[in-house]
Design a protein around this ligand. Sequence first.
Ligand SMILES: [Zn+2]
Length: 382
Amino acid sequence: MCACCRPTCSSLLSLEGSPSAVGSGRPVKTFNLVGYGTDLRPDLQLGRTWGSYHQRYHASWTIGAAMTLVADLPIRLAAFQWLKSQVLAHGDTLPRVLLEQGFLFEGEQIRLVGPQGIFKPRLMQLPLSITTTSSGPYDDSFHGDNLLHYRYRGTDANHRDNVGLREAMRRHVPLAYLHAIVRARYLAVWPVFIVGDDPAALTFAVAVDAASEVDRRLRVAHGAADFSGFDGDDAGGDARRAYITATVQVRLHQHAFRERVLRAYQERCALCQLRHEELLDAAHILPDGEPDSEPVVPNGIALCKLHHAAFDRYFFGIRPDYTIEVKEEILREHDGPMLCHGLQGIHNQRIILPRNPGTRPDPAFLERRYQRFRQDMPGELR
Ligand SMILES: [Zn+2]
């Protein structure tokens, strides 16, 4: 395999078939996927290897549609692999600039997003990603059926982007779903599959699935240039997808709460001003899951890991006037600089508030939380 043709994804593909016009520079025969993973092998029948195939491939990019579909699959798998590496490097939410930049695939830049919600890189025949940017997580498109309802582009069911998604549905092609948590930051989810088309409502139904499902479909679709050979042999698949899609909805809400709270506090701890985002949390004032505990910014406060843990364990309380009150027994302790500066030093200080009054902690929430702090104290100190 020549270095320039080595697929960058973990799964390698082997192909069989013979171009009907070998030597003409314009091969047109359909190539079939015959295996993946460690199954890569030279095409002995033709005495060609993946590399030599790619030399022709590079020589004549203007090729038939079938061949282009073959080209889609390695790019799609490489995109998923790239997303995985970016999430490992940057966390669950990715900045738009990163998705716009994308990655290099055999010398070509592959972006993950475009100006429209349905995005197909120039080198691909079918869409690679769908993006939700306009709706917030509490106005998103998840319905009671545990499916994402993704709106058509415009109102023309036959717009090329809508046709592309319909074709992705027909061929069981996996896509990436990018949901804007806050402006220019996206939760990336993959693989997702288009599982329904509702022209009357101008929407597609989308289900999230397990990453391993892509590999399984490749095996099931043995012999096809994409996933069109997938025959739906997927016992329990609907229940699995419903469960995974529901968990994605929960993740969306959790990430949205975190991102919005941290932005309100300009990515710093409200107590010690630590600015390392990776060490910051969005703490709930009224614990998550309690009645009246809404995942809204006034029920949150940006705290570093230490202060979040100390807040949750009632080492200190915050009065409705935003003054911090440290527990008596903590104030009496003698220990190193972390206790001295990190805990005792914040006693009677005011927390740093967001500039926008509408995002400041709700005094009513603080009062309820503060009363629990008082109850947690030994009787004589209440
Ligand atoms: Zn802190």
